[in-house]
Design a protein around this ligand. Structure first.
Ligand code: ARG
Ligand code: ZN
Length: 422
């Protein structure tokens, strides 16, 4: 009887909460295209003064007229933000009405869910699962996979690189792929896992991957920013930077892709630790960027191709991002990116834009791609995987296979070209 009573009380409470209109209970993604400078300024205010997360562009300074802004608005600031926009006649479109549900879906461990027919590689994985997978993969493939500890994160988590090596040819070249430099871009680590799995499964079956692995070793860093990745799973899904503590403010984190020594902290990065594009105290001030830089410095004679995987926006970018100047082999890079984008279009009917970073998106100094390029790795690319904003960083797990397969075809196209050219 008592339980029955309780049940009715809860039922009513629930009804009350749900019918109590006005209060938004769900996190949302808004798409807003400012029409005037006033709109631009309002949006800059909203994204800095309120508890929101700017998805696109990366920093408020890049908001401009007639360019779509994607803004993550948590439930508790939804009313205020929408009222403010309305008051200034800034129209918005709701891209995603219920981000909570998506977030919940992505962190659910559905490996035991009988309804889900998805494989391990078609799901997102916690940092712990990825560490476990790294060890398992090396253990199960002792002749082809080795784990290399290249450093540790700010919070002292290990940075593991998997080395795929299918033979001991002399003068063998290599390529590098890193994933997860930005914490919230979850499809990126998923791609690194996908790539390793594909290589191990299709060597001697698929001609292209066989040719690539016969001629190159592959170094894969599945999670460049483990502290941030962990934090995006446990505390804030929209976290981008690492988790290092600043000495001057209470703001946390350095944008690791602004922390490399390539026109470090010039226009397109910020000295302010409270921004998403904080460049850190000095180039390679962060243990994560330093570990990558040290490894590549000591392997620069073999590594010919550098790839860094991000999301979202579907782009294939190459140097420079830190200056508007053209790279010395610009034509080569352009041709390779173009061919890769064409393949994606032909096979997957998806559009990828391509070009030099600074001219294709914005000036963004201190990036790993430019730094690797200046080190002498003349084929250097940053991939921005799916999608173009529909789900943004919250790409549903059901899209992982599509996103990874099309990126894979781009990687193969570019790697084959590099082998051909060198
Ligand atoms: N969205 C990436 C970022 O803002 C783009 C990286 C392009 N390359 C670069 N060096 N900025 O970091
Ligand atoms: Zn990124």
């Amino acid at each position: 009887m008592a339980t029955l009573l309780l049940f009715f009380v809860f039922l009513n409470l629930d009804l009350l909460l749900r019918t109590g209109h006005c209060r938004e209970t769900r996190d949302q993604i808004l798409s807003i295209t400012p029409k005037t400078q006033e709109h631009v300024d309002i949006l800059r205010n909203v994204s800095t003064q309120y508890e929101t997360a700017l998805w696109q562009p990366v920093s408020p300074q890049y908001i401009k007229e007639e360019t779509q802004v994607h803004l993550f608005v948590p439930a508790n600031s939804s009313e205020t933000v929408k009222n403010l926009l309305q008051r200034h006649a800034v129209t918005h479109e709701v891209l995603l009405a219920n981000a909570n549900e998506l977030i919940e879906m992505q962190t659910r461990n559905d490996s035991t869910d009988p309804r889900s027919g998805s494989t391990f590689y078609e799901r997102y994985h916690s940092l712990e699962d990825i560490y476990y997978w790294i060890n398992r993969t090396a253990h199960d493939n002792p002749n082809t996979v080795k784990v290399i500890l290249v450093g540790s994160s700010y919070e002292k988590r290990p940075l593991y690189v998997l080395k795929l090596s299918f033979n001991n040819r002399t003068n063998k070249k290599a390529m590098w792929i890193d994933c997860g430099i930005h914490a919230r871009e979850w499809v990126s680590p998923a791609f690194c896992l996908w790539f390793v799995h594909y290589s191990l499964s299709f060597y001697n079956i698929n001609q292209d991957i066989t040719h690539i692995l016969d001629n190159m070793d592959v170094y894969v860093l599945p999670v460049l920013n483990p502290d941030g990745y962990k934090y995006s799973w446990t505390s804030n899904r929209m976290w981008r930077k690492n988790r290092s503590i600043s000495k001057t403010t209470s703001c946390i984190g350095v944008d690791l892709n602004r922390n490399f020594d390539a026109n470090w902290c010039t226009e397109g990065a910020s000295h302010n630790p409270c921004t998403e594009i904080y460049c850190g105290m000095f180039p390679e001030s962060e243990p994560e960027s330093q570990a990558v830089a040290n490894f590549l410095r000591s392997h620069k004679d073999t590594v010919q191709l550098y790839l860094s995987i991000h999301s979202y926006s579907q782009m294939l970018l190459f140097p420079y991002s830190c200056t508007l100047e053209e790279a010395e082999n610009h034509r080569d890079l352009l041709e390779m990116a173009q061919e890769a984008a064409q393949k994606i279009r032909r096979y997957y009917r998806n559009t990828y834009r391509y070009g030099a970073g600074a001219k294709t998106i914005y000036l963004a100094p201190g990036g790993s791609d430019d730094w690797a390029y200046n080190l002498g790795i003349k084929y250097s690319f940053t991939f921005e995987l799916q999608d173009r904003g529909r789900y943004g960083f919250l790409l549903p797990p059901s899209h992982i296979s599509g996103a990874c397969n099309e990126a894979l075809i781009a990687v193969k196209t570019i790697a084959l070209k590099v082998i051909e050219k060198t």
